[in-house]
Design a protein around this ligand. Structure first.
Ligand code: GDP
Ligand code: MG
Length: 176
């Protein structure tokens, strides 16, 4: 049994259909479905992460619907956030632009600085459709935001755990 010291509120944000719910599902239940079911309101899940030997943190994962009509919910949704996973879709370039708006929206709503990990999801589609996004631009943006960029696939599970672990370690660092 590892010692659990922290509970972190982790929000997963970004435009609709980029794979936010799928990433959470892959991370928490190690499952994936191609069947699209959009998130209504806010969904909760939690998972305990061993961020180093003998030490664990509980993440409460907040998944909000990307739809504009839920905008009124967002302020209460953001309250008490310890960290954010910010997601765009590697198969749709415009979701990167939209993702930046999401992040600046949260930065405005939350006064304190909080750790972020930027995810380009659906990396499994790249062999099929090619690269539709300027990775240098994403990298530069991540540096400007003092964070890192990770490409994941909720479908295959590639890098999903790594992304959440990376964020957890950053949240722990922030607290100690
Ligand atoms: P959300 O609106 O951001 O929560 O997006 P969802 O998790 O509901 O996913 C939207 C759609 O993209 C669904 O049909 C998923 O099956 C699909 N999807 C999500 N992640 C991936 C991925 O990594 N690869 C592929 N190929 N499809 C994905
Ligand atoms: Mg969803």
């Amino acid at each position: 049994m590892s010692e659990q010291i922290y509970t972190f509120k982790t929000i997963v944000i970004g435009p609709a259909a980029v794979g936010k719910s799928s990433l959470i599902r892959r991370f928490v239940e190690n499952m994936f479905s191609l069947h699209y079911k959009f998130t209504i309101g806010v969904d909760f899940m939690s998972k305990t992460v061993d961020y180093e030997t003998g030490k664990s943190a509980k993440l409460t994962l907040w998944d909000i619907g990307g739809q504009e009509r839920f905008k009124v919910l967002r302020r209460s949704f953001y309250e008490g956030t310890n960290g954010a996973i910010v997601v765009f879709d590697l198969s749709r370039a415009q979701t990167f632009t939209k993702m930046k708006e999401w992040l600046s929206d949260v930065r405005q709503a939350i006064e304190k600085d909080f750790p972020v990990v930027i995810i380009g999801n659906k990396s499994d589609l790249i062999p099929e459709i090619g690269v539709v996004i300027d990775r240098n631009e994403v990298q530069q943006y991540a540096e400007k935001e003092k964070t890192i960029y990770i490409e994941t696939s909720a479908k295959t599970g590639d890098n999903v755990e790594k992304a959440f672990l990376e964020l957890t370690q950053r949240m722990v660092q922030k607290c100690s």
